[in-house]
Write a protein of this length. Structure first.
Length: 404
């Protein structure tokens, strides 16, 4: 619900004598104005300037004398930190945080360029560990979401680099993610922060399984355990946001099984006894947490974690069915709770599920021209249905507002 809508509707409530003008003002204050695009310009500017610095220095690095290279890195980084701190202290938070983020980016660029300059060879993800420290520290100090997301990008990129380049899993990067980024999320408890954190944790879990040559099905169990732990979080919005990130990650893992389950053999599945014992324990933990918060209905969400990869013959069909059940559930519960992020996620996942099912069913026997033609028509039909639902929801909100 927007501040503008509340202000317009509440004027009618005052005219009808339902509330006083003072009450109207207090109600409107509960709905802060959304940030305009102009307030986000420093963030985009920081990204462009950071990209410009990296590309300019990288393209001209060999032509710059070594001493001047070091001075350039130190002075540029220090300048961003100093001016970022000053702007943040003056109240220009968006600009200050953006400059601090540029300082972190410049610090990371300096690490790699200095290593290249002195021919230092890395055998692990130590550079990313060092790079992530100022990002995490500044995110804690200034409570800036941009710095938090920058720290997540560095930590995730470092784990990817370690897995791809060295076939190693960095436990220290995982610890920094859980304590540094996870601790920050627990302190701030904003929805978007938790939604981004849980897929990052699962990405680290996936890379661990790849490096250790373990069955990919263990990632379903990791997702279920993370989901169950979040059921004990007291803040409802943070709990739902974190679980939404976990559920969406499991959703795309189910999509993977739809396409590749037939190519997997029994040796690529987790040990069944261990898996089901841990899975049952996670389910009980989740059930107790949901009962504590009176949210037993949301146990339906556990369908996305069901391990149909043990069922080779019809597992892909069951996973496809689960995609539709889960996305439909998100749409329904989002409308029921008037939670726009769930409605949007459910809509996108329902569209994606439909297209996955269409590919699975039609790709093999339809001519390619008819395949794309049918897919386009299907999207038009789905768009018409979703637009009708959206207009119906807006009409219902309007009726509800006029009856207050």
């Amino acid at each position: 619900m927007s501040r503008k809508w509340v202000e317009e509707e509440s004027r009618q409530w005052v005219e009808r004598g339902i509330i006083t003008e003072e009450q109207r003002r207090q109600i409107a204050e509960l709905y802060p104005y959304k940030r305009s695009i102009s307030e986000k310009l420093p963030v985009f500017g920081a990204l462009l300037v950071g990209a410009g610095i990296l590309t300019f220095v990288a393209s001209n690095w060999s032509a710059i004398p070594q001493l001047f290279r070091l001075l350039l890195i130190v002075l540029t980084m220090s300048g961003f930190y100093v001016y970022g701190y000053r702007n943040e202290e003056r109240g220009a938070k968006a600009l200050g945080i953006s400059l601090l983020a540029l300082g972190v980016i410049t610090f990371g660029a300096g690490i790699f360029l200095t290593g290249q300059m002195f021919h230092l060879i890395a055998y692990d993800a130590r550079a990313f560990i060092i790079w992530s420290l100022p990002a995490i520290l500044l995110a804690w100090m200034y409570r800036g979401r941009l710095l938090y997301f920058l720290a997540l990008v560095i930590l995730n990129a470092g784990q990817l680099y370690s897995a791809i380049s060295f076939q190693q899993f960095s436990w220290l990067l995982l610890v920094l993610l859980l304590i540094g980024a996870g601790g920050y999320a627990l302190q701030n408890r904003q929805r978007v922060i938790f939604t981004a954190l849980t897929p990052s944790i699962l990405l680290h879990g996936l890379l661990y399984l790849i490096v250790e040559n373990q069955a990919i099905g263990w990632l379903i169990l990791m997702s279920a355990i993370l989901y169950a732990v979040l059921d004990w979080l007291s803040d409802r919005q943070a709990r739902i946001a974190g679980q939404l990130g976990t559920l969406i990650s499991a959703f795309f893992l189910d999509v993977f099984f739809i396409f590749f389950l037939g190519e997997m053999n029994n040796e690529q599945a987790p040990l069944a006894a261990t898996f089901f014992i841990l899975f049952a324990g996670a389910f009980v933990l989740s059930y107790l947490g949901k009962r504590k918060h009176s949210e037993a209905l949301t146990l339906v969400e556990w369908t996305i974690f069901l391990p149909f990869f043990y069922w080779k013959a019809g597992g892909d069909v069951m996973y496809l069915l689960i995609l539709f059940v889960f996305s439909g559930y998100l749409l329904w519960i989002g409308h029921r709770e008037e939670w726009s992020s769930k409605v949007n996620a459910g809509t996108l996942l329902f569209l994606f599920s439909t297209f996955v099912g269409y590919i699975q069913v039609a790709w093999g026997f339809l001519p390619k021209s008819l395949f794309f033609l049918g897919g386009g028509l299907l999207l038009f039909v789905l768009n018409a249905f979703l637009q009708r639902q959206r207009h119906k929801r807006l009409r219902d909100e309007g009726k509800g507002g006029s009856q207050v």
